[in-house]
Structures are given as structure tokens and as C-alpha cells.
Design a protein around this ligand. Structure first.
Ligand code: 13P
Length: 250
């Protein structure tokens, strides 16, 4: 069994002002001082700098929630990889289902964004996941495979281990309807097989589960062999609750 460091990420979505983000970091750091996990905070763009500065000297890492694939140009309202790197941001969430659903993020755009992030030295956290209808229709694996093949098409096999993949079934996001540990395991194992078929060092790639993770259910989900961590939304807004999830990861 390869050693994959557990990876616990807090996706704050459109929550927390700069002042609230600062307060969270100050409350979180003493609670997770002993963790061996990779802990990643994903604040809004405007709170990135504050979070980066407050966590300096700790192992906590910082990710943006989106980026544009171009180096620069006439893309009003967008943020480039270089702008994130300049702030010492280390990672970026790409392809979250909310961006796919509400902001028209396409697999074609993701096929450009993932390699652009890697080229800039940012760790992509690529989100994939099926809808309730797809699961009910037995299409879960078809959807996951299609998203992975499309979104990772521009990544060299040797670079795939540098991508973190988050399995986030849409029906489990913000609903309280957490996937069962078995459902999470099956999907994460399938994702590992798909990236393995692309020639990746599949036993090195980290695959997270996301969707109504909380401190009370984290240990069971994370006990599954192919679930290497969690991408947490609502429960990551409270430092005590998020610290409980980090603790559950070991
Ligand atoms: P919840 O944890 O609120 O279900 O959100 C999951 C998510 O979308 C993380 O990216």
C-alpha cells in the first residue's frame, strides 16, 4: 500500500470576508498544530493574501477556487495562474460542479486550465462527479470517465500524479446526503483506474471525496483505501468542526 499523505481541503465557496477568514485561520492553527495531513484552505480571491500571510511558518497550504487558463489578456473579472503564484498560493480548485452548473465551465476549458495550472506550479484540485439522475440511471462511471478523459487530456502522464482529484457527487453537495463510504470508495477506486489507464502513477495520485463531509462521518469515509482525503464545504466554515475532520484523517 503506497503512502499517500491524507489531504483535507476547506472550500469556503462565496463565504467569509477577509476579516472572517483571518479569524478562522487564527482559530484553526492551534487546533491542528500536530497534524501530519496536508491541510488546504480555499478562500475567496480577495481573502487569499490574508490567509497566505496568516499561515506563514505553518504547514497549511492555500488554494484559489478558480483561475483563467490564459497568461494575461482581455478577460474582465478573471484571475491568472501567475497572479495566484505571486501571492504564494499553491493550488487551485478547478471544475467544481457549481462552476460547471452556474458559470458554464466546460470540459474544453478545463482541458486548458489543468495544464496551465501545472505549468505555473499550481497544484490542480480537479473536481468530478455525477448528478442524481446519472447515478439513478447507472451512468456514474460513464460520467466520471468522460470528465476525467476530457479534463486531463492535455496533461502528460508523468505529470498526472501532481493533480489532486476530488470526487464530488452533485447530489451529496450541501444536501446532507453524504455518499456511503462504499459509494465513495467505489468511485475513488474507479477514478484511480481511469487515471492509471492514462499512464499515471495511479498509486501516487491523491483522490478526495467531497459532499456533506463533517467531523462525525469523516473517519469512516477516510478509512476506505482509495479515499485519500476530503474536500469540505459547509463543515469547513467552522474551525472547530474542520479541525475535527483533520483530526479524523490522522
Ligand atoms: P458540502 O461539504 O457543503 O456538501 O460541499 C462540498 C463541496 O462542494 C466542496 O467543494
Amino acid at each position: 500500500m503506497p503512502d499517500r499523505t491524507p489531504y483535507i481541503a476547506a472550500n469556503w465557496k462565496m463565504n467569509k470576508t477577509v476579516a472572517e477568514a483571518a479569524e478562522f485561520v487564527d482559530a484553526l492553527l492551534p487546533r491542528i498544530a500536530a497534524t501530519q495531513c496536508d491541510v488546504v484552505l480555499c478562500p475567496s480571491f480577495i481573502a487569499l493574501n490574508e490567509v497566505v500571510e496568516r499561515r506563514r511558518g505553518t504547514a497549511v497550504r492555500v488554494a484559489a477556487q478558480n483561475m483563467h487558463e490564459a497568461e494575461s489578456g482581455a478577460f474582465t473579472g478573471e484571475i491568472s495562474a501567475a497572479m495566484l503564484v505571486e501571492l504564494d498560493v499553491e493550488a487551485v480548485v478547478l471544475g467544481h460542479s457549481e462552476r460547471r452548473q452556474y458559470f458554464g465551465e466546460t470540459d474544453e476549458a478545463l482541458a486548458r486550465k489543468v495544464p496551465a495550472a501545472l505549468a505555473a506550479g499550481l497544484e490542480p484540485i480537479l473536481c468530478v462527479g455525477e448528478s442524481a439522475e446519472a447515478r439513478a440511471g447507472g451512468e456514474t462511471e460513464t460520467v466520471l470517465e468522460r470528465q476525467l478523459q476530457a479534463d486531463l487530456a492535455g496533461v502528460e502522464p508523468a505529470d498526472l500524479a501532481g493533480v489532486v482529484i476530488a470526487y464530488e457527487p452533485i447530489w451529496a453537495i450541501g444536501t446532507g446526503a453524504t455518499a456511503t463510504p462504499e459509494q465513495a470508495q467505489d468511485a475513488c477506486a474507479f477514478i484511480r483506474d481511469v487515471v492509471g489507464m492514462r499512464g499515471a502513477a495511479a498509486d501516487r495520485i491523491r483522490i478526495l471525496y467531497g459532499g456533506s463531509v463533517k467531523a462525525a462521518n469523516a473517519a469512516e469515509l477516510l478509512s476506505k483505501p482509495d479515499v485519500d482525503g476530503a474536500l469540505v464545504g459547509g463543515a469547513a466554515l467552522d474551525p472547530e468542526e474542520f479541525a475535527g475532520i483533520v483530526e479524523a484523517a490522522g
